[in-house]
Design a protein around this ligand. Sequence first.
Ligand SMILES: Nc1ncnc2c1ncn2[C@@H]1O[C@H](COP(=O)(O)OP(=O)(O)OP(=O)(O)O)[C@@H](O)[C@H]1O
Length: 623
Amino acid sequence: MSVIEQAPPPAESDHRSWRGKSNDAEADRTTAEAGDEQSIKDLRGRSRNLLAALLRPYKKKIYWIIALLLVMNAANLAGPWLVQLGIDEGIGPITEGGDYSVIIAVGIAFAAVTLIEYGATRGDIALTGQVSQAMLFDLRQRVFAHFNRLSVSFHERFTSGRVVARMTSDMDAIRELSDNGVHDLVLSGLSVVSIAGIMLWMDVELALVALLSFPVMAILGNWFRKYSSVVYRRTRETIALVIVYFVESMSGVRAVQTYRREPRNQAIFDALNTDNQTTNVAGHRAAALFAASTKGIGNATIALVLLYGGYLVMNDETQLGVLAAFLLYLRRFFEPLQELTMFYNTLQSATAALEKLAGVLDEEPEVAEPAKPTPLPNANGELVFDEVTFSYRDDKIVLPRLDLRIPAGQTVAIVGATGAGKTTIAKLVSRFYDPVNGAVRLDGVDLRDLSETDLRRAVTMVTQENYMFDGTIGENIAFGKPTATQEEIEEAAKAIGAHTFISALPDGYDTDVRKRGGRLSAGQRQLVAFARAFLADPRVLILDEATSSLDIPSERLVQRALRTILADRTAIIIAHRLSTVEIADRVLVLDGGTVAEDGPPEVLVSGSGQYARLHEQWADSLV
Ligand SMILES: Nc1ncnc2c1ncn2[C@@H]1O[C@H](COP(=O)(O)OP(=O)(O)OP(=O)(O)O)[C@@H](O)[C@H]1O
């Protein structure tokens, strides 16, 4: 894709309508949020299955975590109860002239409980961290492998910003829950229920007074849960938009600078960032109100219990130790209650993130590998398009019905107006897409019946972008054959004519190409891409020739390289330069997805068709 194609459309007043970003947010919402009941059920089911699959290998550790949680909860509850025993059964007898044995026993028990709680807490948190990190590791591995496996058509639809958002903010939402969220959630739940039970067991009347706050807390909690779930969903959406926009802008930074879009892009980013900030601030304001209110309710309840409990103690209706235990329990009752409500958000955002990831992981490659591939370890290179019909979308047919036979070893140049379907033919031969009807065959075998390995070994496509990965020139050449030796790499570069310029670089083959080959010129990048393809040595080579005009010496170099790389293999060149067409055995002139002319270049040029006209114009331009 050229820089111009990447350039964004003219500015619009509302940042949300720009480049369908609002649609991206729509697409970023889970199906469960937007879909019908059946799809909600399906998605939840799938994310539950994903979670179960992720946790299965750590079953034993999870049992340990649960056991340790129970121990922690019991130890946590034992403290106030021991205080009650100490006051009522230990101090009482002492003041009446008894012995110290009970209070000593209570003191020892307290120390033991503290030690147990220390051990259990330490073990539990460490183990939870281990399981959580192992699960996230697996999940990241799965997502990366799956994104790699998905068809080109998927990646053409799913923006890179969304891919990044899946790997960052969604993973982070799950991490937040799995690192300590679930653990604290369970511990808080356990402690609220068991403290309520213990208080009722110790003193029903006092417990009922203490639990008077419960309905108030429930109403407040319910309000907060509802309000914050709306705010939280908005924060997830707004941060996803910030990430998506950031990645998109940075990927197209050259176009942005060429068209001096920085101020406009900054304004759009400011607006998206402000949306995110405003939503977060609203969330914090609600959280502040909720936290302060629960604390207030908690303290008011403690005061009430102190008053009423004091009255009961004075009237000998309850013991002093019970009152002290109640006051201690109440502290441990409100904090978890508050946490439980707060965790609802973490839980919700992690669930949404898991649903999105489950949705992505469930996405099947549109060009799937056959269950039983037809082996073709040594392809010859004959290509046949057999009544091929193709369209990207239902409403527009790109190739109405293509019949074409390219014998092994032939070099075919495809020319035609922009949008005629040249690249589409290349994509079908590379099996980035499958035909809607008909078949593309290599040596008589339908591409759909070939294994990925056999297909990729036989067919290589060199695209216009000549993508360079971070690393050295040598590594970039060896990309198509990672096992290549240094000699093989140099041989390939020499054959293509790239050796001279590579040797002149400061570190030769070890020179870092810098990000996306930024250190190399367009012609040099093309030569490196040719050397890469030459080393991979496919039977069928597809070349989407770069449109950028090279200077004359570079063009000569590239032409010479082309002759080397095309020799002894089937080649399809999407030709933009007529000098390239001349080295082809055959030219296809494509018009609206059909072959308008087909023949050797020297024959077509002497005719009166489209190619002859094109050639004439080109010859005139040279004069
Ligand atoms: N991923 C896609 N999704 C939808 N439509 C597409 C997609 N890629 C191409 N098209 C459409 O298919 C048609 C043929 O496109 P193709 O890229 O094959 O043309 P081309 O002849 O290679 O053009 P050019 O010389 O400009 O590269 C065009 O109308 C284009 O808009």
